[in-house]
Design a protein around this ligand. Structure first.
Ligand SMILES: Cc1cc2nc3c(=O)[nH]c(=O)nc-3n(C[C@H](O)[C@H](O)[C@H](O)COP(=O)(O)O)c2cc1C
Length: 304
């Protein structure tokens, strides 16, 4: 595939352990979880930890927030630790963010969004991008004018999740709107939403004319999917070994709590397999890592 394939930011998912697993398959650009800029400026330890990408390469740091000084502070911190780009979240529908005017709420405040972009673009040398949705709801689809405003403010790339804030994560992805954005702005536009394999990536790119594709949920339990999409081949993956390695990385990063963080990943890895309910029930009630690994080896036996 000629166009880049990048990993979407996903809170609670695209942490360092997950990125290391994805990275083991290829050198695509990966994105952190969204990092709250106000929380970072208050020196919140967990938020600080999210920003530590010093031992990684080709990482975009995604920031979320509304305070301009805090946004600049966080962007400079991201640049200092080696981020290849800073992305600003303008699409998250979580209530807590919407209430303080950040995330998808920015779709309704293009001037505020532009001021944030402008401030950050003037403060860092790495490219500044934005990740947005097509609008607030069906009656307020403003992707084209919003994207144009961001470009005037200095954004160098835009990723469009082809849904409204009201749609959340379901319903139809509006590729026609992404195409309209692509045709209206001079910066690269990446298409996002429901790309899960090579075929859906090719279709999304050809229908929208986008310059790249971003994959989110398609990578849950399938961290090799970015490479498969990029290379157009089916990879042979030794699942049990991979999952045990992921488990080790989670424990190294989160300490003993890692076993609980691992549960959702185990469920995603097992998705679609016969006996998945029993497998999840067993691993969810086990806190001993070696026992969990034994269960993983038994469940994924012979699977490559
Ligand atoms: C668990 C989860 C967490 C997410 N967290 C973020 C986030 O931190 N920042 C963001 O911009 N989008 C976030 N998203 C949205 C994804 O980046 C992406 O836009 C959306 O899932 C649609 O793409 P997909 O169909 O490939 O998953 C999240 C989505 C999921 C499922």
């Amino acid at each position: 595939m000629r166009q880049p394939v990048v990993l979407a930011p996903m809170a609670g998912v695209t942490d360092k352990p997950f990125r290391r697993i994805v990275r083991s398959f290829g050198n695509q650009t990966l994105t952190t979880e969204m990092i709250g800029v106000e929380s970072l400026r208050r020196n919140h330890p967990a938020t600080r930890k999210m920003m530590d990408i010093r031992d990684e390469t080709n990482i975009i740091v995604q920031l979320v927030g509304i305070n301009r000084d805090a946004m600049v502070y966080a962007a400079q911190a991201a640049e200092a630790v080696g981020a290849v780009g800073v992305d600003i979240n303008m699409g998250c529908p979580v209530k807590k963010l919407i209430t303080n005017g950040s995330g998808a709420a920015l779709l309704n405040s293009p001037d505020t969004a532009a001021h944030l972009i402008e401030a950050v673009a003037n403060a860092v040398t790495v490219p500044v991008s934005a990740k947005m949705r097509i609008g607030w709801d069906d009656a307020h689809i403003n992707a084209v004018s919003f994207a144009k405003t961001l470009v005037r403010a200095g954004v160098q790339k835009i990723t469009v999740h082809g849904r409204t804030k009201e749609q959340g994560y379901s319903g139809c992805v509006r590729w026609d709107i992404i195409r309209a954005v692509r045709e209206s702005v001079s910066v690269p536009v990446f298409v996002n939403g429901d790309v899960v394999d090579r075929a859906s990536a090719e279709k999304a790119l050809s229908v929208t004319g986008a310059d790249g594709v971003m994959v989110g949920r398609g990578a849950l339990g399938r961290p090799w999917i970015l490479s498969e999409i990029e290379k157009g081949v089916s990879l042979t993956v030794p699942k049990a070994a991979l999952i045990c390695r992921h488990l080790d990385l989670l424990l190294e990063y989160y300490g003993a709590h890692g076993i609980f963080v691992a549960r959702k990943h185990l469920a995603w890895y097992a998705r679609g397999k016969k006996g998945v309910a029993e497998f999840c029930q067993s691993v969810y009630s086990e806190e001993n890592v070696d026992r969990v690994k034994e269960m993983v080896c038994a469940f994924f036996k012979g699977e490559e």
